[in-house]
Design a protein around this ligand. Structure first.
Ligand SMILES: CC/C=C\C/C=C\C/C=C\CCCC(=O)SCCNC(=O)CCNC(=O)[C@H](O)C(C)(C)COP(=O)(O)OP(=O)(O)OC[C@H]1O[C@@H](n2cnc3c(N)ncnc32)[C@H](O)[C@@H]1OP(=O)(O)O
Ligand code: FAD
Length: 647
């Protein structure tokens, strides 16, 4: 869905809070009578499953979400994720079924495997997840210990978990929900290792749901958030599966045990790239949700006076509040724009790879890593900022900001821990630098690294800021390369030199990501704005401007080091920023309304369209089970004897 749709006219929804007949959200049975935070761990899970079943049936009905629909359709996935916010405050137990199980089969399976398994998975006759991480290894997947040994005599793979640390640990839905999963395991044939490969494994009996013999399963326990995702553990005891259960689109094992390597061993990592790309859009959605809640609340909430003679003002009129929140609106738009752009890059590269051209895979990998990191890092920080901006009421679960923070911060770790992914992008940048220094051409998003022109005079314009960020990134990459070279010349191994430079490498990688995001946001909005009314186009440009100036001010130290920015420019930038806050303030509520998130999706006492914040807070408070009786039994059992000195 494009930026224009995001802002003015999403086809899936009527405008804010006008419920439709025959709308999935008109099904009241999808909603909780007791807020889920009051349920026990077990009740939360059981309730989530009850809603899941209903929810997916309704999705099939309203979206024709069945065989024939494509899971890799970004718009459809976006719609599903948004609607699911109304039903699940945390993510649903089948999140991984759609998010990774189906994409793994689609990306790793042969046409025959896809025909058979995708049909069953999309019809939800089987439910699955993606089991890669183990108790002992998440990041370093070459260190995974689960083995899949091929037995040519029976044409089977024998899956085995040799140690405690080899237990699969974390997969969503694995605990008690799914009956199949894609397992990433080390392939061995006649004692020879052939790398990590994907296997489609049945875990539970399709009729009784009992774990199959040789399969140990359970749930990993309570977590900071995502409490209904049912993350689980899994171990195999010499569990046999037929040969055709290895997903063999890339590498293959023939009946006689011959291993046929794929075009690149990294193709087995393909599902991770897909999810990293999708996450950027997911973060834009979470940001839109938190910004809507906090901005609407800030328009309702009145606290203190700006001038003693005046009534208490809307807290949104405090410039400090605008500073906290307007960047959140801009950030959601920046990431939805970049997500759309990244999706186009992704589908383009996938298309090229179908015809055997792998040239752009490294650039896609570097981009997916860096955008996943910056979107999750910024959004988790800004969601927390929205929560704090709502004062005490933001601390309530009923505001839905704590849950939203849990969803955002989890993404800093899953699908590749953020530091680790920044180091992947850094690896690409250092290689690009070395390549460019030898006069070789670079990929489009890294080509600016080789700009050897003298540092130009600083300009306080969008072009100037974007050029400045590129200078920062190039300068930091150059520093890293110099430090590594120096250490290596002194006799340090390349790997140790890399580790000793890694704080700088992470910073260089982040700077590069920021340069890409600023440039993409700016150019994509300019492109889209041509089709918009002048007032809408003006507001959008103000948001782009705000975003660029905000990040310039956040990264002043870097700009001072690597560009010609001077004190006077900084003062002017600060003034530009404050002027933009003032200009955008009157449109703040309109802008979050344009995210078009219905009340059910916001699921928040503070963010509802009608602004009845206090009434909703009281209504929700009264749902607390403690309010069901005027005197709790603990008074008689403990407090009374305690106060009378009898306890
Ligand atoms: C908001 C949410 C919305 C939607 C999401 C929906 C559902 C999902 C939600 C949550 C589920 C979360 C599920 C998970 O977490 S699944 C587990 C994910 N695990 C990871 O991401 C592990 C992270 N680790 C790695 O990716 C790798 O191990 C590594 C860090 C990249 C290192 O691998 P290694 O084999 O050791 O590689 P290197 O030696 O460092 O590099 C070798 C070479 O390969 C290149 N490379 C690495 N990865 C890829 C890739 N994916 N594709 C292409 N190329 C890759 C790397 O750049 C290097 O290249 P050189 O040319 O430099 O040699
Ligand atoms: C909510 C949630 C859901 C998840 N769902 C799934 C799922 O469905 N399926 C699945 O398979 N997995 C899943 N995971 C696992 C997830 O992918 C891993 O947790 C993640 O990849 C990080 O790995 P780790 O936990 O081993 O962290 P570690 O790698 O142990 O990281 C710990 C610290 O070590 C640092 N570190 C590690 N390696 C390096 C390095 N090379 N250089 C510098 N620093 C390093 C990290 O930066 C970090 O600070 C999930 C995790 C979470 C939190």
């Amino acid at each position: 869905m494009g930026l224009v749709d995001q802002l003015v006219n999403q086809p899936h929804y009527t405008l804010v809070n006008q419920p439709r007949e025959n709308d999935i959200l008109s099904h009241k049975e999808l909603f909780d009578s007791i807020p889920e935070e009051y349920l026990s761990h077990k009740e939360k899970y059981e309730n989530a499953i009850r809603k899941t079943v209903l929810y997916y049936r309704l999705m099939q009905k309203y979206q024709n979400y069945k065989e024939g629909s494509t899971i890799l359709d970004e718009t459809r996935a976006n719609y599903r994720n948004l609607v699911s916010f109304a039903v699940f405050k945390d993510y649903p137990p089948l999140m991984l079924h759609n998010g990774m199980f189906i994409p793994a089969i689609a990306g790793q399976g042969t046409p025959e495997q896809q025909k058979h398994w995708l049909k069953r998975a999309k019809n939800m006759e089987i439910l699955g997840t993606y089991a890669q991480t183990e108790l002992g290894h998440g990041t370093f997947i070459r260190g995974l210990e689960t083995t899949a040994e091929y037995d040519p005599s029976t044409e089977e793979f024998v899956l085995h978990s040799p140690t405690l640390t080899s237990y699969k640990w974390w997969p969503g839905g694995l605990g008690h929900t799914v009956n199949y999963c894609v397992v990433m395991a080390q392939l061995y044939i006649r004692g020879r290792h052939h790398g990590m490969q994907p296997f489609l494994v049945q875990l539970r009996d399709e009729a009784t749901h009992m774990p199959l013999p040789g399969v140990k399963l359970g749930e990993i326990g309570a977590k900071l958030g995502l409490s209904t995702v049912n993350n689980g553990f899994l171990a195999f005891e010499h569990h046999r599966i037929p040969r055709d259960r290895m997903l063999m689109k890339n590498a293959q094992v023939l009946k006689d045990g011959t291993f046929v390597a794929g075009p690149s061993s990294k193709l087995a990592y393909g599902t991770m790239i897909y999810v990293r790309v999708i996450i950027v859009n997911g973060m834009a959605n979470l940001m839109a949700k938190a910004a809507t809640i906090a901005v609407r609340y800030s328009a309702v909430r009145r606290q203190s006076q700006i001038k003693p003679s005046e009534p208490e003002c809307q807290i949104l009129d405090y410039v400090t509040q605008q500073h906290k929140l307007l960047i959140c609106i801009a950030t959601s738009l920046a990431f939805s724009t970049c997500a759309r752009w990244l999706w186009d890059v992704y589908t383009g590269v996938m298309g090229q790879m179908e015809s055997g051209n792998m040239d752009h895979l490294p650039e896609l990998h570097a981009l997916a890593c860096s955008l996943k990191v910056v979107s999750t890092m910024d959004v988790s920080g800004l969601v927390e900022r929205c929560r704090l901006a709502c004062g005490g009421h933001g601390f309530m679960h009923s505001s839905n900001l704590p849950y939203t923070y849990g969803l955002a911060t989890a993404a800093c770790t899953y699908e590749g821990e953020n530091t680790v992914l920044l180091l992947q992008t850094a690896r690409s940048l250092v290689k690009a630098w070395q390549k460019g220094s030898k006069g070789k051409p670079l990929s489009p998003t890294e080509a600016y690294l080789m700009d050897k022109s003298p540092v130009p005079k600083w300009e306080n314009t969008l072009d100037g800021i974007i050029a400045g960020f590129r200078r920062v990134s190039a300068g930091k990459v150059q520093d890293c390369v110099s430090k590594i070279d120096k250490l290596v010349k002194m006799g340090t191994s390349y790997e140790d030199a890399w580790n000793q430079t890694s704080v700088r490498l992470v910073a260089a990688s982040e700077a590069h990501s920021r340069a890409v995001i600023l440039a993409t946001f700016r150019s994509e909005v300019s492109r889209a704005a041509a089709a918009l009314s002048p007032p809408l186009s003006r507001v959008l440009h103000q948001l782009v401007h705000l975003y660029c100036v905000y990040w310039a001010l956040e990264r002043l130290g870097d700009l001072l080091l690597y560009t010609s920015i001077a004190e006077r420019d900084v003062q002017e930038l600060q003034q530009q920023y404050e002027d933009l806050l003032q200009k955008i303030r009157p449109n703040a509520v309109g802008l979050v309304d344009a995210f078009d998130l219905r009340d059910e999706i916001l699921n928040s006492t503070l963010g509802a369209y009608d602004g009845r914040v206090y009434e909703r807070l009281m209504e929700e408070a009264l749902k607390s089970p403690l309010n069901a009786e005027p005197v709790n039994q603990s008074f008689h059992q403990y407090l009374k004897p305690f106060m009378h000195g009898k306890l």
